[in-house]
Design a protein around this ligand. Structure first.
Ligand code: FES
Length: 430
C-alpha cells in the first residue's frame, strides 16, 4: 500500500498530481475507496416490478441491480460463479432468471443457483447453495437514489450523507411525490481521472465564468454574455467531513433553467416545504458531489456517476431526473434543457470534459508530475454560517476540494474491511 500523506496537504491546499496518474494509487483506490464507500447504483424508479434489472459498476466491479420477488432491491456481482463469464449482458430489462450464456448456469432473483446443466457429472457433495451469486451486502435508498456498499459494517447511508441530505433534498424533495428518471442512461467516455470530475462538481464554481463563457453567452437572453446576477451574486459552498461538497449562488433569481420548469414551480409552496434558504440557495444553479463519485446539478436534474476505467479514463453515466408530478410537457422541457446543457454533447458538458482530458493529457511527464496543484482559495474561510447546515465557505472557494481530498487521503491510508484480521474463533482470547 502507498502512504499518500505526502501527496495531499489539505491544510495547505497543495495536491500532488501523481494522484491522478499513478496506476498504483488507482489500484489502491479500488480497494480502499470504492470497495468500502456508498456508491450510486441506480434510481428507484428504474425498478417497478420483480425481475426488473439494471447493470452497472461499483468501481470496476460489474454488478446487477434487480428487484426480487419481495420487491426488495438487491445487487449482485455480475460475474458467473462457474468460470466468471459476465452473467447479464444487457444494460437493463426484465427477467425471471439470470442464465449464463457460457455453459448455462441459472440464478434466480435472490441470487441462488437454480440449474446446472449436466449436474449429475459433478461430485456428490457439490452443493448449489454454495455457488449462488456474490451479493452486495448493503443496499440502501435515499429519496429515490439507490446506493450499494461492499462493506457490511459500513456506517449507514444516511449517517454517511450527514448534512449533505439537506443539499440533496433541494433536488429530491421538491415534490411530495418524489422524483423519477426519464429516458435512458446516457453514457460516454472521457480521457481523465475520475477525481477531476468528482472534485469539480464538489467545489469548483470558479471555472464557470471562464470555461463556460461562450456557452453562457449563447444562453444569455440578451446575447451579450453571462447573466449579471450569476456572475456577481454571492453564494455558499458546503463541505463535509465525509468528502461531499456542494456550491450554489444564494439569490432567488439565480436560476438558469428551462422557462417551462421555472414557470411550473409554485415558489411559495416550495419555501413552505424546503425553507427559504434552500429555495434561495441549493435549489438554484448549483453543483454537488456525494463522495466519491456521484454528482448532480439540481437545476437541470442531471444526476451522474463517474465510473473509473483506469487512472486515465472515466465513463460518465448520466440520468435525467424530474419531479414525478410535473406535467409531461414540463418533464420534456427539463429533458431538452438537460440535453442542450449537460447531455453528452451539451454546450456546458463539452467544456468540462475538455478541461479534464487536457489536464490528464499533460500530467504524464516527470517534471509536470513534480509540480503540486493549488487548492488554496478560501483557506480559513470555513465556518458554520447559521443558515446552511454543516461547514460552509464562499461560493468561490476550494474548501470542499480540500475536504474531498482530506477524506480521500484518510481512506487511502486506512485498512478497509477486507484487510482486517479475521475475528479470533470463539473461546480463544486475543
Ligand atoms: Fe457461466 Fe460457465 S461461466 S455457466
Amino acid at each position: 500500500n502507498i502512504d499518500v500523506s505526502a501527496l495531499v496537504d489539505a491544510e495547505g491546499g497543495l495536491i500532488d498530481r501523481s494522484i491522478y496518474t499513478d496506476p498504483g494509487i488507482y489500484d489502491q483506490e479500488m480497494r480502499r475507496i470504492f470497495a468500502r464507500s456508498w456508491l450510486f447504483l441506480a434510481h428507484a424508479s428504474q425498478f417497478k416490478k420483480p425481475g426488473d434489472f439494471f447493470t452497472t459498476f461499483m468501481g470496476q466491479d460489474p454488478v446487477i441491480v434487480t428487484m426480487d420477488k419481495t420487491k426488495t432491491i438487491r445487487a449482485y456481482l455480475n460475474s458467473c460463479r462457474h468460470r466468471g463469464m459476465r452473467l447479464c449482458r444487457a444494460d437493463a430489462g426484465a427477467t425471471k432468471m439470470f442464465t449464463c450464456t457460457y455453459h448455462g448456469w441459472s440464478f434466480d432473483l435472490a441470487g441462488a443457483l437454480q440449474t446446472v446443466p449436466n449436474e449429475k457429472a459433478y461430485p456428490e457433495d457439490f452443493d448449489k447453495k454454495q455457488w449462488g451469486l456474490i451479493e452486495v451486502p448493503r443496499v440502501a435508498e435515499y429519496k429515490g437514489l439507490l446506493f450499494g456498499n461492499w462493506d457490511k459494517d459500513a456506517e449507514d447511508l444516511e449517517e454517511t450523507l450527514g448534512d449533505m441530505r439537506y443539499y440533496l433534498d433541494a433536488m429530491l424533495d421538491r415534490d411530495p411525490e418524489g422524483t423519477e428518471v426519464i429516458g435512458g442512461v446516457m453514457k460516454w467516455e472521457l480521457e481523465g481521472n475520475w477525481k477531476l470530475a468528482a472534485e469539480q462538481f464538489a467545489t469548483d464554481w470558479y471555472h464557470v465564468n471562464m470555461s463556460h463563457a461562450s456557452a453562457l453567452m449563447v444562453m444569455s437572453p440578451t446575447g451579450k454574455g453571462p447573466k449579471a446576477e450569476i456572475v456577481a451574486t454571492p453564494g455558499r459552498q458546503f463541505l463535509s467531513p465525509n468528502g461531499h461538497g456542494a456550491g450554489f449562488p444564494t439569490h432567488p433569481k439565480s436560476r438558469f433553467d428551462a422557462q417551462a420548469v421555472h414557470e411550473h414551480y409554485d415558489y411559495d409552496a416550495l419555501r413552505e416545504r424546503l425553507g427559504d434558504a434552500a429555495v434561495e440557495g441549493p435549489m438554484t444553479t448549483g453543483h454537488a458531489t456525494v463522495f466519491p463519485s456521484f454528482s448532480y446539478l439540481p437545476v437541470n436534474g442531471s444526476i451522474r456517476i463517474w465510473h473509473p476505467k483506469g487512472p486515465n479514463k472515466i465513463e460518465v453515466w448520466a440520468w435525467i431526473l424530474v419531479d414525478k408530478s410535473m406535467p409531461e410537457d414540463v418533464k420534456d422541457a427539463q429533458r431538452l434543457y438537460n440535453l442542450r446543457t449537460f447531455g453528452p454533447s451539451g454546450i456546458f458538458e463539452a467544456d468540462d470534459g475538455e478541461n479534464w482530458s487536457e489536464i490528464q493529457a499533460v500530467s504524464g511527464g516527470f517534471v509536470t508530475n513534480s509540480v503540486p496543484l493549488n487548492f488554496q482559495m478560501g483557506i480559513g474561510s470555513e465556518r458554520e454560517d447559521g443558515v446552511y447546515p454543516g461547514q460552509t465557505s464562499e461560493l468561490y472557494s476550494d474548501a470542499a476540494g480540500r475536504s474531498f481530498y482530506r477524506h480521500w487521503a484518510e481512506l487511502m491510508n486506512t485498512p478497509a474491511w477486507h484487510e482486517r484480521p479475521a475475528p479470533a474463533p470463539a473461546g480463544e482470547s486475543a
